[in-house]
Design a binder for this molecule. Structure first.
Ligand code: CA
Ligand code: CA
Ligand code: CA
Ligand code: CA
Length: 484
């Protein structure tokens, strides 16, 4: 993101001023020389390589395809003409692919730099008006800054500067936060929203730090108000919202608007006049809901939980369609890799000797998916809680799974597809539903009580508040048996 873009800034400012004169009848004189063109925002759908850029003044979009699924997108001014254009970093092999215009086409510049897993950074780190590609190595918490680009598919030599800054796992961003024409680096801690940056590219503690945004937000920086200094912004994939702040301090967003969503990644730059009008990015893959349950590691049942999760990962449920775990996965067999683990058979926990034990533990996945659908506000077609209560699950709000039943079945009763995304660690399983649930807000309630030992009767409620303000409540009553 080049900071001083005088030529473009003047023409844009002149246009704005003429418009102001026509509207308001006064003339404020030409823009001050240190004014910059405001930074625009965009999103890249990493799964398709499609880009959308949004003009910060007209709010119109252009769109084009550039790159392959999984490439890490960013923007910069590679040819020093004042306009930022796409760059891609292929994290698997360290290749950099740069383009000099914001229309579809092949890379103009290609070279490699860094190691697999490095995160690219674009900026003008020496103030010469040209952006270069540097890297952040998350495993070391170290920045590697270089002020030249490679060429002809070759490699770049050693970085000109490298320094430690920040904590492992924090995500980097770049901007000219003090307006001196030199870009420096900042970091964002996704878990807490901590933003911190330096105004020189050297080792040391943060010059500025504050919190901004929520967990899960993706941070970037730009000169959103065109006053010559960069400030932070965040993209909230779950809501498909951009929140831009004009100051580097905690506080409300100065600009908040809907743009993109779901698995898209934010970019920022001074785009120049956009070529080719496009609809804004679709809002059909927002993060609607997510649910995680926890378990001990390294048991047989965990193999089954992870296998069934991997089998369902990426499943699409079209509008009006139902999703059934059993229909999608089929019978759990040793041929598919499922192993023997404990299961409730005839009201008792049985550890082996029954075909039902093949795939024991998959109820934990079923419970996790059921809860994700529950909180997404999707129609519950069928689920059945266990006959015994297990404290690892929410009381009453859980589901057992066996072949050919019980099952977990939900209907996508919205107008947009739902994508089921699953992920796991050695001690947890997570289901995320991407789609657009039309603004439904879900609250869960419970009355009654049950314990693993004594059983009991509970009633689960779900209240769905619709975007039009109406709400509806459903109830499910369930009795747990005492431990035999
Ligand atoms: Ca350029
Ligand atoms: Ca430079
Ligand atoms: Ca600076
Ligand atoms: Ca600014």
């Amino acid at each position: 993101m080049s900071s001083l873009v005088i030529r473009r800034a003047l023409s844009r400012a002149l246009f704005a001023t003429v418009a102001a004169v026509l509207l308001f009848g006064f003339w404020t004189g030409p823009a001050a020389a240190d004014d910059s063109e405001p930074t625009g925002t965009g999103v890249v759908d990493e799964s398709s390589g499609r880009w959308w850029l949004r003009d910060p003044v007209t709010h119109e979009s252009t769109s084009f395809y550039y790159g392959n699924p999984g490439d890490f997108p960013f923007m910069g001014d590679w040819n020093c003409d004042g306009t930022d254009t796409p760059g891609l970093y292929r994290q698997s092999d360290g290749f950099v692919y740069l383009r000099n215009s914001n229309i579809q086409g092949n890379a103009d510049i290609k070279f490699y730099f860094g190691n697999p897993g490095d995160v690219p950074l674009a900026g003008d780190f020496n103030g010469d008006g040209c952006d270069t590609v540097s890297i952040y190595r998350p495993s070391e918490g170290r920045f590697y800054i270089i002020d030249k680009l490679g060429e002809n598919g070759g490699g770049l030599g050693a970085a000109e500067t490298d320094f430690l800054f920040g904590n492992r796992g924090d995500s980097p961003y770049v901007g000219d936060f003090d307006g001196d024409g030199i870009d420096t680096v900042g970091l964002h801690r996704e878990s807490s929203g901590l933003m911190y940056f330096r105004n020189t590219n050297s080792e040391g503690s943060a010059d500025v730090q504050f919190t901004y945004g929520d967990p899960g937000d993706r941070a970037f920086a730009g000169d959103w108000d065109g006053d010559g200094t960069a400030s932070v912004g965040i993209f909230r994939p779950s809501k498909g919202m951009m929140y831009l702040r004009y100051e580097n301090s905690s506080g409300p967003a100065d600009e908040a608007f809907e743009y993109g969503g779901g698995t898209m990644f934010p970019v920022a730059g001074v785009f120049g006049p956009l070529v080719g009008w496009s609809e804004p990015p679709p809002r059909d893959m927002l993060l609607v809901s997510e649910f995680t349950t926890y378990h001990s590691c390294c048991q047989n049942r965990v193999i089954n939980i992870q296998l069934i999760a991997d089998t369902i990962d990426g499943a699409i449920v079209q509008p009006g369609e139902t999703f059934s775990i059993n229909q999608h996965v089929g019978q759990r067999t040793t041929g598919k890799g499922y192993v023997v683990a404990g299961a409730i058979i005839g009201g008792e926990i049985v550890y082996e000797g029954s075909p039902i034990n093949i795939g024991g533990g998959t109820s934990q996945f079923a419970t996790t998916l059921y809860n994700a659908a529950f909180f997404g506000g999707y129609e519950d077609v069928y689920h059945k809680p266990h006959s015994l209560y297990f404290s690892r699950y929410p009381l009453g709000r859980e589901a057992t799974l066996s072949w050919p039943g019980p099952d977990v079945i939900f209907r996508n009763d919205t107008g947009t597809p739902v994508r089921i995304d699953t992920s796991h660690t050695s001690t947890s399983i997570t289901v995320r539903l991407y789609g657009n649930n039309e603004g439904r807000e879900v609250t869960a309630g419970i009355t009654g009580w049950a314990t693993s030992r004594d059983g009991g009767t509970v009633t689960v409620s779900r209240t769905i508040r619709l975007a039009n303000g109406n709400s509806e409540t459903e109830y499910w009553r369930h009795t747990y048996n005492p431990m035999p």
